[in-house]
Design a protein around this ligand. Sequence first.
Ligand SMILES: Nc1ncnc2c1ncn2[C@@H]1O[C@H](COP(=O)(O)OP(=O)(O)O)[C@@H](O)[C@H]1O
Ligand SMILES: Cc1cn([C@H]2C[C@H](O)[C@@H](COP(=O)(O)OP(=O)(O)O)O2)c(=O)[nH]c1=O
Length: 249
Amino acid sequence: MSSRPSASSTTSSRHAASAAATQASPAGRFITLEGGEGVGKSTNVAFVVAELEAHGLEVVRTREPGGSERAEAIRQLLLDPAPAESLSDDAELLLMFAARAQHLAATIRPALARGAWVVCDRFTDATFAYQGGGRNLPLADISALESLVQKGLQPDLTLLLDMPVEAARGRLAARRAETGEGADRIEQEAEQFFEAVRVGYHMRRDADPERFATIDAGQSLEAVQADIAAVLAARVAAWQANTATDEQP
Ligand SMILES: Nc1ncnc2c1ncn2[C@@H]1O[C@H](COP(=O)(O)OP(=O)(O)O)[C@@H](O)[C@H]1O
Ligand SMILES: Cc1cn([C@H]2C[C@H](O)[C@@H](COP(=O)(O)OP(=O)(O)O)O2)c(=O)[nH]c1=O
């Protein structure tokens, strides 16, 4: 399991969220970051949170698998490479959705209901990419679980950090050399698996282009964050315009 500290945490806004924001429709406030290993999700989740907070919004930062106490326990089961017994592909898929069901109930839905924004490091697109693309499990089975667990709830915006697999794995190797952190159970897969994951993400993006913003993650961090900031500024402006319209007598 990754040792980086990205478990669910609530970050209060520097300015209190306005009463209007709290009463507004939840639409527009659920943001996910997706992409393969080493593309910069962890680095940029913090940046997305800071940008939204700079707009005066309350933000809950969370991640999958995990994001609540019980869901984090399932994460441990999923990612721990230690047990000699291999985890079946079906068990992996079901555990991903068990963790998600708990995460939605304990963290995501309550946050959205009280008017907070939610920024989540990976969500169901990862299941389509990893279990669908990487493990080759039937997409229809994943869609059925998605309906069961999410009951129509979808992210409003998904930032897909995209770059060639080999370069991203180079970044990951450098990070591991620096931190001494080992590879988790899924990170131990071969390069071919991650190429299939990337194709899986592209399929999800191409099926729902309105929801996705693709960010060229191979750029410098400054350029990546400038692109993300532009997407977020447009998103917050649209949300504020909708909120103002909803408030008209
Ligand atoms: N745009 C970038 N250019 C160069 N290095 C980057 C960039 N974004 C992230 N990194 C570095 O790459 C490594 C992997 O980033 P990280 O955010 O941990 O990726 P992920 O969470 O997607 O696995 C880290 O060492 C990070 O500092
Ligand atoms: C949410 C999710 C994650 N995963 C995998 C992707 C990662 O290899 C692993 C843990 O995620 P994460 O800690 O976000 O990985 P990273 O090292 O890129 O920051 O779980 C799935 O296979 N399916 C899923 O539905």
